[in-house]
Design a protein around this ligand. Structure first.
Ligand code: ATP
Length: 212
């Protein structure tokens, strides 16, 4: 609060909020609702995929690590080829992350500069905690859905088997740990309505931003 009683939050940089949750928990679905409230959302996983094809310096680093075969002739990334390698080679996965994460970090910083007038921004990422990037965020929302529902939703969405979804779930932190570290939890179990929960979190974040 300034001397004349006005809040200082208006001139400060927008509050940086992260949103995460296990595979198929409904992060993207929840983010679409925040977008309806005119909150800018940075989809980190999707952006990482774009950068791995469009960021020339990053593409060169990936080729040095995996060879020219990492890319198809049309310049798109051979995700299956890379996926097969890093699935069995953890140090290589770490090296891949160590070149992709800084590129995403720079991209997200540029993105933030374009949204300085937003009340707050959202960064959506599946591995927000696992990657450590939650440390650069001021508040965290975890979207929770029971495992069985997540498996069904992802099987339907991606046309994959339950075994494939389960193996991806095993690579992520357990929901309990994510919920413990979160400032807000949104339950997407198909019973509780999403919109009222999003509005509640939105109201709290606006209040926090005003009192910053
Ligand atoms: P991922 O981690 O794989 O990116 P996600 O957490 O972003 O997944 P979504 O893509 O939002 O999850 O949701 C997974 C699937 O479940 C989508 O097909 C979505 O339409 C569907 N879904 C999400 N929430 C609900 C709901 N409440 N009711 C019905 N379907 C839902």
């Amino acid at each position: 609060m300034s001397k004349n009683g006005e809040t200082t939050g208006k001139n400060a940089a927008p509050l940086r909020v992260g949103i995460t949750g296990g595979i198929g928990s409904g992060k993207t679905t929840v983010c679409r609702i925040f977008e309806q409230l005119e909150i800018p959302v940075y989809y980190a996983d999707e952006r990482a995929r774009v950068l791995m094809t469009e960021d020339g310096a990053l593409v060169e680093k990936i080729k040095r690590l995996f060879g020219q075969q990492a890319y198809f002739e049309d310049g798109t990334l051979d995700r299956k080829y890379i996926g097969n390698i890093v699935f069995q080679d953890k140090p290589k996965l770490e090296r891949l992350n160590s070149i992709v994460h800084p590129a995403v970090f720079e991209d997200v910083e540029r993105w933030h500069q374009k949204h300085l007038n937003a009340p707050y921004t959202l960064k959506e990422a599946a591995l927000l905690f696992e990657s450590g990037s939650y440390k650069n965020l001021e508040k965290i929302i975890t979207v929770f859905a029971p495992t069985g529902i997540r498996i069904e939703r992802v099987m339907l969405r991606d046309g994959v088997t339950s075994r494939e979804v389960e193996s991806r779930i095993l690579k992520q932190w357990p929901d309990e740990k994510k919920m413990e570290l979160a400032d807000f939890v949104i339950v997407n179990d198909g019973k509780r309505l999403l919109v009222p929960q999003v509005l509640e979190v939105h109201k709290s974040l606006l209040a926090l931003n005003r009192s910053a």
